[in-house]
Design a protein around this ligand. Structure first.
Ligand code: NAP
Length: 243
């Protein structure tokens, strides 16, 4: 691989990919959305902020010497993923999607799958104490809930929020013991999460299983058509080095 690689990041995978590529002597520029006030920065060069849609990204790719793009954004960062597919189709840049596998159900789990945050809000009607781990964005979907809601996020969430919300500011990963303590402290009776996958935020699922709590999971949006996809950082490194 001769040229620079643009890594669309904001995830642990994005950071690990940048680190691995830099260690291989590949020039990397990582792109972050700029949502988190104090992000953990990846190795190599970093740029921050949106590109201005697919057209903006295409213009950026034409203006900067980049040989390939790896979209390592979060499984639910659908707009960025769609923009990357559209921009690279226009400019001809090779594009790889790096997306970790979703979570798998274990014996003892009580998982309830839904397609949207709105459906998740409907699925927790009737519960008294809801742990919302869906991230700071999209909490508006739960604004109508009258249950006690526990929200955990890296930066403070903006309104609209459910009326009886307790916010815990924290950055993962969390241990199962920490998750058990939090669920007990707030007498949580249902957990809501996106199917983000990965080990970083999986402890809450183990804790919910141990306490016999139901978990409402939001299904992942579909992958963009025609974009090669890998599930591991090692496979993404091999793709880059093989070009
Ligand atoms: P999104 O809805 O797909 O993105 C919205 C807009 O933010 C995009 O259209 C783009 O703006 C900008 N953007 C997103 N990711 C970017 C990146 N890596 N570099 C530059 N601009 C980016 O995504 P999101 O759900 O807001 O996620 C934003 C970031 O947080 C992503 O980097 C993602 O990996 C990370 N993240 C998301 C979640 C989640 O649950 N969604 C969870 C953890 C981390 P323009 O159109 O102006 O280019």
């Amino acid at each position: 691989m001769t040229g620079r690689v643009l890594v669309l990041g904001g995830t642990g995978e994005g950071r690990r990919l940048a680190e691995a590529l830099v260690a291989e002597g590949v020039e990397v520029v990582s792109s972050l959305a700029g949502r988190v006030a104090d992000p953990v920065l990846p190795a190599g060069e970093v740029r921050v902020g949106g590109f201005g849609g697919a057209a903006g990204l295409a213009a950026w790719l034409r203006a900067h010497p980049v040989a390939a793009v790896v979209d390592a954004t979060h499984p639910f960062a659908t707009t960025m993923t769609a923009s990357a597919a559209e921009a690279c189709a226009v400019t001809g840049h090779p594009l790889l999607r790096l997306q970790r596998p979703g979570w798998a159900e274990h014996p003892g789990d009580d998982w309830r799958w839904v397609d949207t945050l709105e459906e998740a809000a409907a699925a927790v009607q009737g519960f008294g104490s809801v742990f919302l781990t869906t991230g700071r964005q999209g909490l508006g979907a739960f604004a109508g809930l009258t249950a006690r809601c526990l929200v955990r996020s890296v930066d403070p969430p903006a309104p609209p929020l459910p009326g009886r919300t307790t916010v815990v500011l924290a950055r993962g990963p969390f241990t199962v013991e920490e998750e058990l303590a939090l669920l007990r402290e707030h007498a949580v009776d249902v957990v809501v999460t996106k199917d983000s996958g990965g080990a970083m935020t999986a402890a809450k699922l183990t804790a919910a299983r141990e306490l016999g709590l139901p978990v409402v999971l939001v299904r992942r949006p579909p992958l963009p058509l025609g974009v090669p996809t890998v599930a591991t950082v090692d496979d993404a490194v091999a793709w880059v080095l093989g070009r």
